[in-house]
Design a binder for this molecule. Structure first.
Ligand code: ATP
Length: 137
């Protein structure tokens, strides 16, 4: 079916994307999924990862997402995430600092009162941001 869908990516702080797209591909908890116009409605949680979409001109766009929720409707995809950034808005130096901070926490001795699950999650966010910002120029 021809036509575009509306993509909305929203965090508690801001609207990150509000744009028409030809197709949206997102990292669902049960696997990556793609949405075109006319898709059957569904709701899913998201993993940490990258949302890809094709804008109305056909250019590929990339958005980091820290997990969250997605609602797909026949003509709209809404993503609610704690954090999300378009590729061009990723601050590489900040992500490198977050990576180094998380890495040194993970290298600490267990008795040093470190929340390892939290540090691992921060490390993974930094790695995804760096991968997206640095490798997909
Ligand atoms: P940091 O320790 O640098 O805050 P973090 O992974 O803990 O990293 P998040 O909790 O995921 O940060 O995000 C907090 C806010 O900061 C969100 O609005 C997110 O979009 C933004 N943000 C975090 N890291 C970056 C980055 N490298 N570039 C641009 N925005 C970022």
């Amino acid at each position: 079916m021809a036509g575009n869908i509306k993509l909305e990516v929203v965090t508690p702080e801001k609207s990150v994307v509000s744009e028409e797209a030809q197709i949206v591909i997102a990292p669902g908890s049960l696997g990556e999924f793609g949405v075109l116009i006319g898709h059957t409605p569904f709701l899913t949680t998201l993993k940490l990862g990258i949302i890809r979409y094709k804008d109305v001109q056909g250019a590929e766009r990339y958005v980091f997402v820290s997990g969250g929720f997605a609602e797909a409707l026949p003509n709209k995809v809404t993503v609610l995430a704690q954090a999300a950034e378009r590729r061009r808005d990723i601050n590489i130096e900040r992500a490198k600092s977050a990576y180094e901070r998380a890495k040194s926490r993970l290298e600490a001795k267990p008795k040093e009162d470190v929340d390892f699950v939290r540090a691992k999650a921060a490390l993974d966010r930094a790695l995804y941001r760096l991968k997206l910002a640095e490798t997909r120029k």
